[in-house]
Design a protein around this ligand. Structure first.
Ligand SMILES: Cc1ncc(COP(=O)(O)O)c(C=O)c1O
Length: 469
């Protein structure tokens, strides 16, 4: 231990040496994710330093998101930092973050409630071959051509038209970038706007890959609670004034995982706040067309007059995940930077995917498909809610999207419930995966979009049996 702590080491303060020592032990895997660190008193005694020195080292570790604090319980190793990187492989970057949700979704289960994706049987698979043939007839050289960097011009034009007609949203084709899914778009935005220690607001809970991406950029994350009625805007303003965030990543329409939708009145107010405090709003909107009773309000982007909103609209969730088409709308100053990120990443989304999507997207079949899809998903949501109605679990019934965000009573230990459910071949996602602070211990996300009606009934029956046993 004294190898690390030495008064003679003049280049570093004592607390920085303690910090290095703890970092080193975490790097070596001696303290692993969620392990509790020694108490300040114990470590100070063991290292023969003052308690304040250890406290300062812990504060620095917390600031760098290497550790997190649980009220009255102490300091714990953060899960999303250099986790499980093979120690001897010098070729692997130790800064790569782990995608935790994807780990959960890899676990095999017959009753899949962890995947917020559409049952492939509900997608228009048969019709696609027809559109693929059309595309090859119309563009015989499509496989021999790269896409323009910003995306196929015809597709960008069609999307601007669609946004205008459906959302009253004025955007020119120059302000649209086609990306390979929304996730790529979030990654580019983070790459372009965030440098280490910049402050980023994330909803709590939020899309878990977004947490991983912003952590990867070493952003300082401030969680903003999202409620069925939206945000506490007074608090958002207070926090914006205090922390001056670079951006606020939001998913305001049929939010993943909660299904909540930000009401119209709050949309305009949030855009005003963003302008006032010069905070970019990154509006991620992959579920906009999946509504059940009534259409959601227009995107926040439609209220933006000063360029403080970036609009990410993916179509991969409900038209064709295999094509992975998404678009980003933003003002020219930012587009220039995003184009650089896109060129460094893949130099353009595959042209064939864009052309097939375009021809299907513009067809009347697409609108029929969407209507049928909404009905089918609403039926599945209803079945899941009915099957859960005999429990004392609580949730807000969403008007769109793929998920139920369920509050389970405190006596249920979600980790144990998860393990026992997997034994019954039922999967779901524990709520803490969506929480930047990982403290939402009494919540789970159940997706009704992937399992069919029969599997929803049987899967929830098994889940109920686990609670009773
Ligand atoms: C809120 C949110 N954003 C982005 C994505 C990723 O979408 P894509 O498949 O277009 O990358 C998802 C996928 O679940 C999501 O829920």
């Amino acid at each position: 231990m004294n190898r690390y702590i030495s008064e003679a080491n003049h280049s570093k303060n004592l607390y920085e040496q303690v910090y290095d020592y703890i970092n080193h032990r975490i790097d070596r895997g001696e303290w692993q994710m969620h392990d509790k660190l020694p108490s300040i008193r114990d470590l100070a005694r063991a290292m023969n330093v003052h308690r304040l020195t250890v406290f300062k080292a812990y504060q620095l570790l917390k600031q760098k998101q290497r550790v997190y604090v649980k009220d009255k319980s102490g300091y714990f190793v953060s899960p999303t930092y250099r986790d499980e990187v093979p120690m001897n492989d010098a070729h692997i970057s130790t800064s790569i973050q782990r995608n935790y949700l994807s780990d959960i979704q890899q676990i095999p289960a017959t009753y899949q409630f962890s995947q917020a994706i559409i049952d492939p049987n509900l997608l228009p698979n048969h019709y696609f071959s027809e559109y693929v043939k059309n595309v090859f007839d119309l563009y015989p050289k499509v496989l021999g051509s790269y896409s323009p960097l910003q995306g196929d011009e015809e597709l960008r034009g069609a999307l601007t038209e669609y946004f205008l007609q459906t959302e009253n949203l004025y955007v020119s084709a120059d302000e649209v970038l086609i990306t390979t899914g929304a996730q790529q778009a979030i990654d580019f935005v983070a790459e372009v706007l965030i440098k280490p220690r910049d402050t980023v607001f994330l909803e709590r809970p939020t899309y878990s890959a977004a947490i991983d991406i912003f952590r990867q950029k070493e952003a300082r994350i401030i969680p903003i609670d999202i409620h069925p009625y939206g945000y506490d805007l007074d608090r958002v303003e207070y926090l914006m004034k205090k922390h001056k965030p670079r951006l606020f990543y939001i998913n305001p329409t049929f939010h993943n995982p909660t299904g909540y939708t930000l009401p119209k009145e709050q949309r305009k107010m949030l855009v005003d706040l963003a302008e006032r405090y010069r905070c970019v709003l990154v509006e991620d909107d992959p579920f906009h067309d999946i509504f059940f009773d009534h259409k959601p309000p227009h995107p926040l982007f439609s209220y933006d007059t000063s360029g403080y909103v970036i609009y990410i609209r993916s179509f991969s969730k409900y038209i064709s995940p295999g094509l992975r088409i998404a678009s980003v709308c933003c003002r020219p100053w930012l587009m220039k930077q995003l184009l650089i990120a896109k060129s460094l990443s893949d130099n353009g989304t595959p042209l064939l995917n864009q052309k097939i999507f375009l021809h299907y997207f513009l067809s009347s079949r697409m609108q029929n498909h969407l209507e049928k899809l909404r009905i089918a998903l609403n039926v599945r949501k209803g079945l899941m809610e009915e099957a859960l109605s005999t429990t004392d679990w609580k949730w807000e019934s969403p008007n769109g999207g793929f998920n139920l965000w369920v509050n389970v009573p405190e006596h249920i230990h979600v980790d144990t419930l998860f393990k026992q459910s997997i034994e019954q071949s039922v999967s779901f996602v524990p709520g803490e995966y969506f929480d930047p602070e990982r403290t939402m211990k009494s919540w789970i996300r159940l997706s009704y979009s992937f399992a069919n009606e029969k599997d929803i009934k049987e899967g929830i029956r098994r889940l109920r049996a686990v609670i009773i046993s």
